[in-house]
Design a protein. Structure first.
Length: 259
């Protein structure tokens, strides 16, 4: 899953694809580099970010989704926690809803996903939008995340969403201290027991600083590569990344070695 942020303030690529034409070109480039899904987001959820009005989120994402969906053959995902944005995005050509709140932020989201027959990624996070990254440590991160993901999946199924349309994401870096994110990544196979495909997003995230003495951007990129391989080895089915071309190579080689 290639990340395409159409925002001015995302932590890694803010402003790079804020222009529609640049965003569309990057979407086509990611497909050529080997992406299987393009995930388009119009609001940064990085630490310190602020929510944008819904109409601004729509203004950012809808033209890009429409143009990218016409230009590529792979599915497009909308990264949003708002039901109306999800609905409008699917109407514009998106096929997957990637919700960082697992339906917690908008009670209408399950009905929208069910009605549109979209696929859905349910990500674990804690707290409301304003305090996502200001959560206290968990007593038992693995158990708490597993229980919350199971509850999210049950809620989705109860809303009529088909089991085969659901993917779970343990939410690396969201409401979790660095050590908690590391523990989740190392024990990812525990979440496979919930029996849904797993998506893991570690790309360029700050917890990588705990694992390397190289604190440069290159350190984050190469650190991301190591976490991607670890995620695949531990059971991830989808990896969400900025660097598609290099990650495609990592995924292909790791999969071959596992087969």
């Amino acid at each position: 899953m290639g990340i395409l942020n159409v925002t001015p303030d995302s932590f890694s690529d803010g402003c790079l694809y804020y222009d529609k034409e640049k965003a569309v070109d990057r979407g086509k480039e990611m497909e050529a580099e080997g992406a299987d899904i393009i995930d388009i987001g119009g609001e940064s959820s990085r630490p310190g970010s602020e929510a944008v009005p819904e109409d601004e989120e729509l203004r950012r994402v809808l033209p890009v989704i429409e143009a990218v969906a016409r230009s590529v053959k792979i599915p497009v995902s909308i990264d949003t926690y708002r039901a109306n944005v999800a609905r409008r995005a699917v109407e514009a050509g998106a096929q997957i809803v990637n919700d960082i709140s697992s339906f917690r932020f908008d009670a209408q989201m399950p009905a929208v996903v069910n009605h549109t027959r979209a696929g859905v990624v349910l990500m674990h996070s804690r707290g409301n939008r304003e305090v996502l990254h200001q959560q206290p440590p968990m007593n038992d991160a693995l158990s708490e995340v597993a229980d919350d993901l199971s509850s999210s999946a049950e809620k989705a199924v109860a809303a009529g969403i088909p089991v085969e349309s659901i993917v779970l994401d343990p939410g690396i870096g969201f409401g979790k201290a660095g050590a908690e994110s590391v523990s989740i990544l190392k024990n990812l196979n525990r979440f496979s027991k919930i029996r849904y495909p797993l998506l893991v997003g570690t790309s360029r995230k700050s917890f990588i600083r705990l694992l390397t003495s190289d604190q440069t951007q290159d350190g984050r990129i190469w650190g991301t590569a190591a976490t991607v391989v670890t995620a695949i080895l531990n059971g991830a089915h989808i990896v969400r990344v900025h660097d598609v071309r290099h990650t495609r190579i990592l995924a292909d080689v790791t999969d071959r070695l596992l087969s």
